[in-house]
Design a protein around this ligand. Structure first.
Ligand SMILES: Nc1ncnc2c1ncn2[C@@H]1O[C@H](COP(=O)(O)OP(=O)(O)OP(=O)(O)O)[C@@H](O)[C@H]1O
Ligand SMILES: [Mg+2]
Length: 514
């Protein structure tokens, strides 16, 4: 493990600074002259809407991207990073928002990829494995170093990404949305690790759309807006309202569930559904679960990571096989239908992992949006280019995707805007039932409000919505009915007038006061 030189400065002094950094991608001015300081042994959080430029700034400070103009100052002297390896050698590493792991390699190989431990001319796998185990212990995650990354759930993959950054022993660690797929317990462990790191003098940059969460650990708050730094404050001088006001220019209310429309017939009926646990497990991920959702109704499924929510939704959508029970769409058994067949019948899923399942990274925004709804604009044997373009532009407008247009590549969108494309794509198929698995991952508070508004509008027109979340506030803002899942079963069911504490208690979660 490389141990970078540590200069012995005072806690809080500026170790790395961006001076007047600008970055353009063609006509897109992602950063317009930003000043940003990273303080020794402290946490600095970067807040901002989707597309504000947060990841771009972090990529520049970690050598992944080069600025169009401006200066980077490390320990008081200007420096220009030629690559991420160069920045790493200077003690700076980054946990990327979009995970950068090789799915078919083991956890151990992912952590040491490109930095293998060599002993006597060969890779010392035993030592790599020992260090991987130590990292997993530190992160309190029971993952075998030999497990292939693709066999881990998304949150665990995020833990591996974090472990890899920790293994580098950097003195500046940038965390771009590190907790978006983590459970509450995993977040707590990460925060312990962050405390530990800062007390050893490591400087942290933290980015998150979980505003309350970020406020718990940060020392400094910086707000980026449209490529400009618009506000800075120390933690003691600010609160949640300050962040939201500076991020979006007003205070935001996520609203309440749509009222005043009658529910229709049962759109989706799940009867005694079971889904097997991970291979070799003695339990079922979903255990004889029954649920009915009517047209126009929004049902939230709340639960901790591992409660079986993802497995339930993936089974309904046809991605996982049921080991028992039935899924009925408007009374028709869908067991004979493929994923595509279910989409065509009006049953769609916005999956948890947008990188793996939701988007084709090499395609344009437009083709990603229209992928699921090809049928809608195929007339006979010919595809209608006009209709496709209209549909794509409409979807981009509806979900407020910040992009140059349908021809832009998906990879050029900010993380949150990619998520909005996945949601837009599924809504464009005009479904009868939409399943959303943690859809607010990485989207800013304004975008979340837009997505809620969109779902509410569609619900009023008869769409049945199942919305899975681990954020209790989301349930209270959108759901007509809240189902709590615990160990594959429904442990409680509430109306929209329930309290936060009651929901959390039913999930098996300890209620922590914020
Ligand atoms: N490789 C690229 N090519 C073209 N445009 C890009 C590229 N990378 C980023 N952009 C654009 O730069 C702007 C800033 O994006 P960035 O990813 O930094 O936003 P962000 O603040 O991290 O947002 P989010 O909260 O959604 O992650 C966006 O308009 C984005 O589309
Ligand atoms: Mg980002």
């Amino acid at each position: 493990m490389s141990q970078p030189q540590r200069s012995n400065g005072a806690k809080g002094e500026v170790v790395l600074a961006a001076r007047n950094i600008a970055k353009s991608y063609g006509s897109v001015h992602a950063l317009k002259g930003v000043n940003f300081d990273i303080h020794r042994g402290q946490v600095t959080t970067l807040f901002g809407e989707n597309g504000a430029g947060k990841s771009t700034l972090m990529k520049i400070l970690s050598g992944v991207a080069q600025p169009s103009s401006g200066e980077i100052i490390l320990d008081g002297s200007p420096i220009s990073f030629s690559s991420s390896t160069h920045a790493r050698e200077c003690g700076i590493s980054i946990i990327h928002q979009e995970l950068s792991l090789a799915p078919n390699l083991s956890v151990r190989d992912n952590i040491f990829m490109g930095r293998e431990i060599i002993k006597g001319g060969v890779v010392d796998f035993a030592e790599e494995e020992r260090q991987t185990r130590a990292l997993m212990e530190e992160l309190e995650e029971d993952i075998d170093p030999q497990t292939r990354v693709e066999d881990l759930r998304l949150g665990q993959q995020q833990i591996v990404e974090i472990a890899r950054a920790l293994s580098i022993n950097s003195r500046i660690l940038i965390m771009d949305e590190p907790t978006s797929a983590l459970s509450a317990t995993e977040v707590e462990v990460l925060f312990k690790v962050i405390h530990d790191l800062t007390s050893r003098g490591v400087s942290i940059v933290y980015i998150s759309h979980h505003l309350e969460e970020a406020l718990q650990i940060t020392n400094h708050a910086v707000v980026l807006r449209d490529g400009n730094m618009t506000a800075y404050a120390e933690r003691k001088d600010i609160d949640l309202e300050w962040i939201v006001r500076n991020m979006v220019g007003e205070n935001f209310d996520l609203g309440s569930p749509p009222q005043g429309h009658p529910f229709g017939n049962v759109s989706l009926s799940i009867e005694n559904l079971s889904v097997p646990g991970p291979s070799g497990a003695a339990y079922n991920a979903v255990d004889r679960l029954s649920l009915k959702v009517r047209a126009g109704e929004i049902v939230c499924i709340y639960g901790l990571m591992g409660a079986g929510r993802t497995e339930l939704l993936e089974c309904i959508a046809g991605r996982l096989r049921a080991s028992g029970g039935q899924v009925l769409l408007e009374g028709q058994d869908v067991s004979g239908l493929s994923i595509a067949g279910r989409i065509a019948s009006g049953l769609v899923l916005v999956p948890e992992d947008r990188q793996r399942d939701g988007l084709v990274q090499t395609m344009t925004v437009g083709s990603n949006l229209s992928l699921a709804s090809i049928r809608a604009f195929t007339k006979g044997l010919f595809t209608s280019g006009h209709r496709e373009r209209d549909l794509v532009n409409d979807a981009i407008r509806r979900v407020h995707v910040k992009t140059d247009g349908g021809a832009a590549s998906i990879g050029s969108l900010s993380g949150g805007n990619q998520q909005k494309v996945v949601i837009g794509k599924m809504l464009a198929t005009q479904p009868k039932v939409i399943l959303l698995d943690e859809p607010s991952r990485g989207i800013d508070i304004g975008a979340k409000a837009e997505v809620f508004k969109l779902l509410a509008e569609r619900a009023k027109q008869g769409l049945a919505v199942i919305y899975s979340t681990s954020e209790v506030n989301e349930c209270l803002s959108i759901a007509h009915r809240i189902i709590v899942m615990h160990r594959g079963r429904i442990s409680a069911e509430f109306g929209s007038d329930v309290t936060k504490e009651k929901i959390m208690a039913a999930s098996g979660e300890a209620v922590v006061a914020h």
